[in-house]
Design a protein around this ligand. Structure first.
Ligand code: NAG
Ligand code: NAG
Ligand code: NAG
Ligand code: NAG
Ligand code: NAG
Ligand code: NAG
Ligand code: NAG
Ligand code: NAG
Length: 569
């Protein structure tokens, strides 16, 4: 089902007035000097090329949403755990009725009808030929080509909106935010394993996992983080694993994985597939599927008995992130954990779009959903393969309403993984829930890396988990993969198993985690105190892991039993 059909309405009541000429006074709304580095202008867009314009209307009460989010997510609040319904959340972001009618009238006078894309009615979508988009927005939509990858995209360097709509329209997308040229999946493949013999239980972790070429398996992770293997029992629980770009988990690989590494589980345990906005349902692209196989194999292999839904989301990444959030917000009961191993550099995404997406994560948090993202695999340079002169934070990890996960390596004494991204957002200021933890780090940091990072920004990651040499099956062969994307399903599984215990006890799910993580749960994480991450060019150093919170491994690695206690179980 295409997402926009869920909320489709036609604005039929503002018909064109025949013969009347509408002249609007345009005002420049967003502009950039040039395309981002890597992209070159290839020429004007074909006038018939269809562009799906998404119009973000001004949301009526974002401050109220954030207040509500804190009051249901802060364990010291009286309304902790009293998560909001779909309609309650929608009412905070619904635009003023004047905004909706003014924008509808503008579209109608141009002969256009919009779809409503979000439960709050704050996103409208309309498909238009590029020539119409140029007229509507006084823009110059052109084809830009990413030289390295050949990726082509239609964007404009500037656009305007009618002056009388500036109080009603937040921004229009896709316009000046370009897609990432180099992709969004941070997973990377370390090596292929020739040995496929299952790892045996042992009390000697260095003998069974993570050392040398020995792969990490669900059993190792259960062992090092005290993750239970008995099946969860709550039926209202769940994890949604999201994927972009057409990556699809393969059932045959999952079955082989479970047979090999979870012989105590039925090897026919599987996931529910959900396509969002035309996301592909099959893929023969073995390389692309690595991420999906990793995420699903470890979510199912660690969150024993928790229903897992795989969301294959179509479209360019930024649009797909919006569609993912709006799809989940449209559900009566969204899955309590959403795990995403994809991200982008913060500076690749316009501030307006980044804020809007972050508000969508705040909405999910208010609904009781833990939104979990990988911190990125390029050390302080952001996503892997990016160049930098100052440290580059990643998105959405810089959004204060998501939980960002970094990675560790080496057992039994875990160290920060060099690739694990972390740092300080340039878009969001430091939220108070982390100020004590982050101040303590900044005091230790002293003058190190001075001028390269934004000390006043939201700091990430929040937590970490082991992230190297995960053994998976891909295209019927064993493979070892590393990345913060490996740590994500591990953390997501732990949260889902905690939720199972809470639901069974008649309690609410954990929802937005961060106030709890930095509060009652901070002692449930083992601080990682060794290792440093990569800086802007090969071989240099970024941040160092330290006692307490640090910007490579956050609060540290989890202990399930201690988290149970911290959750009052
Ligand atoms: C619009 O962009 C095209 C390239 O796509 C360029 O040739 C043309 O001069 C631009 N038009 C204006 C009015 O800037
Ligand atoms: C644990 O295993 C490693 C690697 O096989 C071995 O070198 C070490 O002696 C073992 N330690 C113990 C206490 O058995
Ligand atoms: C779920 O129920 C089974 C059967 O009663 C039990 O063995 C198992 O421990 C339960 N799981 C949890 C997490 O309590
Ligand atoms: C989706 O599938 C179609 C054909 O099945 C393929 O051409 C296309 O490249 C796939 N899209 C992605 C993003 O992989
Ligand atoms: C799944 O388990 C059954 C036995 O329960 C076994 O016969 C089958 O080969 C297993 N499947 C795979 C793909 O290993
Ligand atoms: C994928 O492979 C299967 C058989 O291996 C084939 O039937 C199917 O058409 C292929 N799909 C695509 C999109 O290439
Ligand atoms: C640093 O972060 C703050 C938000 O905390 C932001 O206002 C400021 O613009 C950022 N500085 C830079 C140089 O981006
Ligand atoms: C500061 O940098 C030095 C290396 O120049 C390093 O040894 C030390 O651990 C760093 N301290 C912190 C807190 O990052």
């Amino acid at each position: 089902m295409r997402l926009h059909t869920l909320f489709s309405v036609l604005f039929g009541c503002y018909g064109l007035v025949s013969g009347r000429v509408f002249s609007r006074n345009f005002q420049l709304h967003e502009a950039r000097d040039a395309a981002p580095s890597g992209f070159v202008l290839s020429g004007p867009a074909d006038s018939d090329a269809t562009i799906r314009l998404r119009i973000a209307l001004v949301q009526n009460n974002v401050d109220g949403l954030v207040d509500a989010l804190y009051s249901v997510s802060d364990p010291t609040s009286e309304s902790y755990g009293q998560h909001l319904s779909r309609d309650e959340v929608a009412s905070f972001v619904a635009p003023a009725s004047e905004s909706t009618s003014a924008v509808q009238a503008w579209l109608n006078e141009n002969g256009l009808n919009a779809d409503v894309l979000s439960p709050g009615g704050d996103w409208l979508g309309v498909d238009v030929p590029s020539s119409t988009a140029n007229d509507l927005l006084s823009a110059n939509f052109s084809v830009f080509t990413h030289e390295q990858t050949g990726l082509q995209t239609i964007r404009t360097l500037a656009y305007s909106i009618p002056a009388e709509l500036t109080a009603h329209i937040d921004f229009v997308h896709p316009t000046t935010t370009f897609p990432s040229g180099t992709g969004h999946a941070p997973v990377f493949v370390s090596s292929t394993s020739t040995s496929t013999s299952p790892v045996q239980r042992s009390d000697n972790t260095s003998a069974v996992c993570g050392s040398g070429n020995m792969p990490v398996t669900p059993w190792c992770l259960q062992y090092i983080y005290n993750i239970p293997s008995d099946p969860a029992n709550s039926t209202s629980n769940g994890i949604a694993v999201t994927a972009y770009g057409g990556a699809i988990p393969q059932e045959s690989d999952l079955q082989r994985f479970l047979t090999e590494y979870r012989p105590d589980m039925s090897n026919s345990t599987t996931f529910t597939f959900q396509s969002v906005n035309g996301g592909n349902s099959t893929s023969n692209n073995s390389q692309l599927n690595v991420e999906a196989n990793l995420d699903v194999q470890y979510a199912i292999g660690l969150a024993t008995g928790v229903p897992v839904t795989f969301l294959s989301v179509g479209g360019e990444f930024d649009d797909a992130l919006l569609d993912t959030a709006n799809y989940l917000l449209s559900l009566e009961s969204p899955p309590p954990v959403v795990a995403t191993s994809y991200g982008d550099n913060e500076n690749a995404i316009s501030q307006k779009l980044a804020y809007n997406l972050c508000n969508a994560y705040a909405q999910l948090g208010a609904r009781g959903v833990s939104v979990i993202f990988a911190s990125g695999d390029g050390g302080v340079s952001g996503n892997k393969n990016s160049e930098c002169t100052t440290f580059v934070p990643t998105f959405p990890s810089g959004c204060p309403y998501v939980t960002s996960v970094g990675a560790t390596t080496l057992l039994p004494n875990e160290q920060a993984a060099a690739f694990s991204s972390g740092g300080f957002s340039n878009y969001w200021p430091q939220p108070s829930y982390q100020s004590a933890a982050v101040s303590a780090f900044l005091t230790q940091l002293g003058g190190n890396s001075s001028g390269l990072y934004n000390a006043s920004g939201r700091a990430f990651p929040d937590v970490a988990a082991y992230g190297t040499l995960y053994d998976i099956y891909n295209s019927r062969a064993a493979l070892e993969v590393s990345g913060t994307s490996a740590a994500v399903p591990t953390v997501a599984s732990i949260v889902a198993l905690l939720n199972d215990r809470l639901l069974t006890a008649g309690r609410a799910t954990l929802g937005w985690l961060n106030p709890w993580l930095y509060g009652a749960a901070s002692g449930a994480f083992a601080s990682v105190t060794a290792g440093n991450n990569l800086a802007c060019s090969g071989g240099t150093t970024g941040f160092y892991a330290t006692s307490g919170w640090d910007p490579i491994t956050g609060l540290g690695t989890p202990d399930f039993d201690k988290l149970l206690t911290a959750a009052g179980l």
